[in-house]
Design a protein around this ligand. Structure first.
Ligand code: SF4
Length: 280
């Protein structure tokens, strides 16, 4: 049994959140550069150039690429041969978020209660999802998820008879209805199957794939390609000022489901895509 001190989890969480708010990933930059080359709309090209310039400033000057430094979302895969010594993983990660947002002067955006709404002042609590996996490592993936895009995400319980076409229509309609509010160009995470709650879980998890990396199953890859084509045919474009680049990628994950169900969740991610994975 490998022992890992909970302070390692705290430090990794702290550093990762401080880093991702100003350091967009290489996959995001490459996707934006490709979109900039291919975008036909002059306004769309101009907006993409500004987004790229903003990302460059973030990298060089260590300033957040967006004022909304997000919901702190953390996915943890804990190897079954790991024993975490000290605090529980949830406590250690919460401490890491608190330290990272405080030391990094990052905007605190979380309220303690959805109705009375008092700011917790350190962006806690984070939203932590844990899976137990084989092995003796911990894989920690952090995401600073903006709420402009989270608010445009949707879930629908389709009937099985609505099938693949029902899924396509719902996903495209979700992007159309969001228009400029989720700050396109987007990464669209889609979860199909499972239950009411699991569909949303896999939709968000799909956003952790490198941008544009397709699902290994050919028929799901085809669905991702079709959805991207249809979404970009909407003509919303960057920040919905017109153009082809409404989305950079569509990622689909599926899960077994009940014979009477066809849940579909769409988790919309904005162009300020801030994600990092660390293996401990
Ligand atoms: S949706 Fe994304 S880009 Fe828009 S304000 Fe929120 S975090 Fe920033």
């Amino acid at each position: 049994m490998r022992q890992i001190d909970s302070r390692v989890l705290t430090e990794t969480t702290e550093k990762s959140f401080m880093e991702i708010t100003h350091l967009p990933g290489d996959d995001l930059i490459a996707s934006l550069e490709k979109a900039h080359q291919n975008e036909k709309s002059p306004t769309g090209r101009d907006i993409l150039a500004q987004i790229l310039e903003n990302a460059k400033i973030g990298r060089e000057e260590h300033t957040p690429i967006c004022q909304d430094t997000g919901n702190s979302v953390v996915f943890v895969e804990v190897g079954q041969d790991v024993h975490i010594v000290g605090e529980t993983p949830s406590e250690a990660i919460k401490r890491g978020v608190s330290q990272g947002y405080t030391k990094g002067y990052l905007r605190a955006s979380i309220v303690d209660d959805p109705l009375s709404r008092k700011n917790t002042r350190d962006n806690t609590p984070p939203f932590v999802h844990t899976e137990i996996v084989p092995g003796d490592k911990i894989k920690l993936t952090v995401m600073a998820k903006g709420s402009g895009c989270e608010n445009m995400s949707r879930l629908k319980m389709l009937t099985p008879a609505q099938g693949r076409q029902g899924v396509v229509d719902f996903v495209v309609d979700t992007v159309r209805r969001g228009s400029g509010r989720p700050c396109p160009p987007l990464i669209v995470g889609v979860g199909i199957g499972g239950t009411f709650d699991l569909a949303t879980y896999i939709a968000k998890k799909s956003l952790f794939r490198p941008i544009g990396e397709h699902h290994p199953e050919p028929y799901i890859r085809e669905l991702e390609e079709e959805l991207l084509e249809k979404i970009n045919n909407l003509g919303l474009g960057p920040q919905a000022w017109g153009g082809r680049t409404t989305a950079l990628a569509v990622h689909v994950e599926t899960y077994p489901c009940h014979i009477a169900s066809l849940p579909v969740a769409v988790n919309i991610e904005c162009h300020s895509h801030r994600v990092k994975t660390v293996t401990i």
